[in-house]
Design a protein around this ligand. Structure first.
Ligand SMILES: [Zn+2]
Length: 286
C-alpha cells in the first residue's frame, strides 16, 4: 500500500527537467510536505491529494499523472489529445500529492505504540481499528475541516474523522497549504479525495459563474456527477476556503467508487477517469 516512504521514492525519481520539487512545510510528525511545480506559465493550478489518511490512492494517482505528463513533454507527445507543450508554457501546475502523510501512514501501517506521537494519539482518541477508519492527522484533526470557511465543530474532540481542530488552520499541514495558496494565488484549485464519483464546485452558494460550466466539462471527461455538498461535506474544507477567500474556481473531486481505502487495483480505472479532469482544468485556464 502506498505510504509516505513510497511517495519519497517516487519523488526522488521525478525528472528535474520538467519538475521542480520543493518542501512547503512539515507534518505534525515532521514528515516533508512535498510540492511539485511543473510548467512556466502565468496561470497557476494547484492540485492536492490525500488530505485524508484512507485516501492515499489520490497520491498514487497524482504521482502517476506527473510521470505521464513529464514523459509526454519530454517526448513531445500529446496526452489524451491535449497539447502538453502548450499547457506547460501557459499553466504552472503545483501538485501537493500528500497533504497528510502522518494520517496516510496510520491508515496504511497502523499505530506504533513505541512512537510518542502515536501513544499521545491513543490517549486523545482511544483505541480504534486505525487501518479501517483513520482520516485525520497525527493529532486527530480532520484536515479538510480545519480551514476557515464557516468553520465550526461537528465533533468535540480529536477523532478518526470530522474533528475540525481547536481553531481554523491550527494544524501545520493546513497552515502549509494556506501559506502556499496565499503566496502563489492559484487561478484554480482541484482537491482530490476518494470516493464517490462526484465533483463539487460550490461553497455556500458563492461559486463563480463559470465554475459550474467547468465542472460540467470535468464531468463529461470523467463520467462523474456534478454535485453540491451537503452536511459535514459543506464547510471547513480546502476548496471552501479557497472559494470564499479568492472567489476563483475550486473543486473537490471524489475519485472512484467503493469503500475506502480503494484498493490499488482501482488505480488504472481512477487514472483513466481523473487525468482528463486535470487536463480539462488546465485547458480552461488558457
Ligand atoms: Zn477525503
Amino acid at each position: 500500500m502506498y505510504d509516505y516512504e513510497n511517495l519519497k521514492k517516487d519523488i526522488e525519481c521525478i525528472n528535474p527537467i520538467t519538475t521542480e520539487v520543493t518542501v512547503i512545510g512539515k507534518s505534525v510528525m515532521e514528515r516533508d510536505l512535498y510540492c511539485m511545480k511543473m510548467g512556466r506559465g502565468g496561470k497557476r493550478l494547484l492540485i492536492t491529494g490525500a488530505h485524508h489518511g484512507l485516501e492515499y490512492i489520490t497520491s498514487m494517482f497524482l504521482m502517476k499523472f506527473a510521470g505521464e505528463y513529464s514523459s509526454c513533454l519530454l517526448a513531445d507527445r500529446k496526452m489524451r489529445d491535449f497539447d502538453v507543450r502548450k499547457l506547460f508554457c501557459a499553466v504552472t501546475l503545483y501538485i501537493v500529492p500528500m497533504v497528510n502523510p502522518d494520517g496516510v501512514d496510520i491508515a496504511v501501517n497502523g499505530l506504533d505504540i513505541t512512537n510518542e506521537y502515536h501513544r499521545r494519539l491513543i490517549s486523545m482518541v482511544g483505541l480504534h481499528s486505525f487501518r479501517k477508519v483513520w482520516q485525520a492527522n497525527a493529532r486527530g484533526v480532520d484536515l479538510n475541516h480545519n480551514y476557515d470557511a464557516l468553520w465550526h465543530r461537528t465533533v468535540e474532540k480529536p477523532s478518526p474523522t470530522l474533528f475540525g481542530g481547536d481553531y481554523p488552520e491550527s494544524e501545520p499541514e493546513t497552515g502549509a497549504i494556506c501559506s502556499l495558496i496565499r503566496r502563489i494565488h492559484p487561478d484554480m484549485l482541484i482537491c482530490f479525495h476518494s470516493q464517490g464519483g462526484e465533483i463539487y464546485y460550490d461553497f455556500d452558494g458563492s461559486a463563480e459563474k463559470n465554475s459550474e460550466e467547468i465542472a460540467s466539462k470535468m464531468s463529461c471527461v470523467s463520467g462523474y456527477k456534478k454535485a453540491s455538498p451537503e452536511g459535514s461535506a459543506s464547510y471547513g474544507g480546502c476548496k471552501d476556503w479557497f472559494i470564499r477567500e479568492f472567489a476563483r474556481p475550486g473543486f473537490t473531486v471524489e475519485m472512484g467508487r467503493g469503500v475506502n481505502p480503494l484498493p490499488e487495483s482501482c488505480l488504472e480505472q481512477v487514472y483513466g477517469e481523473n487525468a482528463g479532469i486535470i487536463l480539462t482544468g488546465m485547458k480552461e485556464l488558457l
